[in-house]
Design a protein around this ligand. Structure first.
Ligand code: ILE
Length: 445
């Protein structure tokens, strides 16, 4: 049977943007930026996107486009008889693990959207949003119900395949997402404290530039946000037609992802400053701080609907790409139909997600890494180890395993100066930089 492919390059670009723009740009970006000094973090983050992120995204795309198979199969085809396919295996595991906790947060977002739609969350509940969030996430069944619903929606589209499922869903979701985001940002800018929020986001604190933790956080966030290192982008690129060119698409995707993150910051920080929230609130920022702000804002209920619709849609298009990684692999290797593969993978991910969700309730005493609960531990392991390691291995694969000619030909870059800069970054700078940052941050701890 002929392998599925994208109908158009635009469809691929929208799907890859959909993968990149996710909870990472809104939920994770806002709290990581909040905790790491706002503008300082933003500058370092943008540097990582431009200097490493976009070149690496192109690296991952070239492997997928040349390999024309899932994350593991592409490495097997391109480097037969070697151990390189373990990079793909790590991606499959990474994608599965990330989606398992991601889907929990998606379930929360869906729950919030529902309660905004029926009007329940338009005013602060008794005891406040903090209390109600804690009470609700610590119950057993309700969060699981919303997570389950979310996973069903993801599985249903992935079953339909690339052209008829993932491409079509993104064709609708991405433009809708962009419009919603801009409307919310414009509204946020009209708030009284907007300038303070903007100053936080755009005026750097120079003393923070010497802090290695900010660099680690910015690098991790850049990789997470571009979805690189876990094979999702590789798998998406494997469905490209041979005449669909990579470089401009890659730059477009990287820039759009960053623009989305900055606009999300423009939506969130002015609101937080106008209504006396705390930007260092961490992961609950979006689920506790923002809803209380919406409750005291003019037309806050509507803003809440818009905001959570945005969160759900962004998360959804990213979840599609993460599920596609194990599905493409299982579909090819176990001889299962796409439908069966999607159901099996969706079920496994949901099952791991159940433990993540219970980590807020009956298993809240369980810690894996340091004092972190199950969700934070998986986020930590995937974000700080699997993603950078996967990314580094892909860079080494293209920079050292491939010949220079192969690498440049498969990157499809035409301009000589860009060819050599890209190759130099991938071959030397990225592996060394990732190692240095990892070691410095470990020593610093
Ligand atoms: N890039 C997306 C995000 O920012 C996902 C990350 C796919 C794993 O949320």
């Amino acid at each position: 049977m002929k392998r599925d492919e994208w109908k158009s390059r635009l469809g691929f670009m929208l799907a890859a943007m959909g993968s990149a723009v996710g909870l990472g740009n809104i939920w994770r970006f806002s709290y990581v930026a909040g905790e790491n000094g706002g503008a300082t973090f933003l500058l370092i983050y943008i540097f990582f996107i431009l200097a490493f992120g976009i070149p690496l995204l192109l690296t991952e795309f070239s492997i997928g486009k040349a390999g024309k198979k899932d994350a593991v199969g592409s490495f097997m085809r391109l480097a037969p008889g070697t151990k390189w396919h373990w990079t793909g295996v790590m991606g499959v595991i990474g994608g599965t693990l990330i989606l398992s906790f991601y889907s929990v947060v998606c379930g929360w977002s869906l729950y919030y959207l529902f309660h905004y739609l029926i009007g329940d969350f338009w005013t602060e509940p008794t005891g406040g949003f903090g209390q109600s969030f804690e009470n609700w996430t610590s119950t057993t069944w309700e969060p699981l119900f919303w997570q389950f619903l979310f996973m069903i929606a993801v599985v249903l589209v992935v079953i339909r395949g690339i052209k008829r499922g993932i491409e079509r869903a993104n064709l609708i979701a991405m433009p809708a997402l962009a419009i919603l985001m801009v409307v919310l940002a414009v509204y946020s800018l009209t708030l009284d404290g907007a300038s303070e929020g903007l100053a936080f986001l755009f005026t750097p604190d120079w003393s923070q530039f010497g802090n290695p933790q900010v660099y680690l956080a910015a690098m991790g966030q850049a990789f997470f946000s571009l979805s690189i290192g876990i094979g999702g982008m590789l798998t998406y690129a494997s469905y490209l037609k041979s005449n669909d060119r990579l470089p401009t698409a890659t730059v477009g995707i990287g820039i759009m992802d960053t623009v989305f993150a900055v606009i999300a910051g423009i939506v969130i920080f002015p609101a937080v400053f106008s209504f006396g929230g705390d930007v260092t609130d961490g992961p609950p920022l979006v689920f506790i701080t923002l809803p209380s702000i919406f409750a005291s804002m003019p037309a806050g209920g509507l803003v809440g609907i818009g905001f959570f619709a945005l969160l759900v849609m962004a998360a959804y298009s990213s979840a599609l790409s993460m599920l596609e990684v194990p599905v493409a692999y299982v579909h090819r290797t176990l001889g299962l139909s796409r439908k069966a593969a999607a159901i099996v993978c969706g079920t496994v991910i949901f099952a791991i997600g159940v433990t993540v969700s219970l980590g807020y309730g009956i298993w809240s005493h369980v810690t894996i890494v340091e004092n972190k609960n199950i969700l934070d531990s998986i986020d930590y392991i995937t974000g700080n180890y699997i993603l950078p390691l996967g990314t580094m291995l892909m860079a080494i694969f293209v920079g050292w395993y491939w010949t220079k000619d192969q690498a440049i030909k498969r990157s499809e870059i035409n301009t000589p100066i860009l060819q050599s800069s890209w190759y130099f970054i991938i071959r030397y700078i990225v592996p060394v930089a990732i190692l240095v940052i990892a070691i410095t941050s470990i020593v610093d701890k």
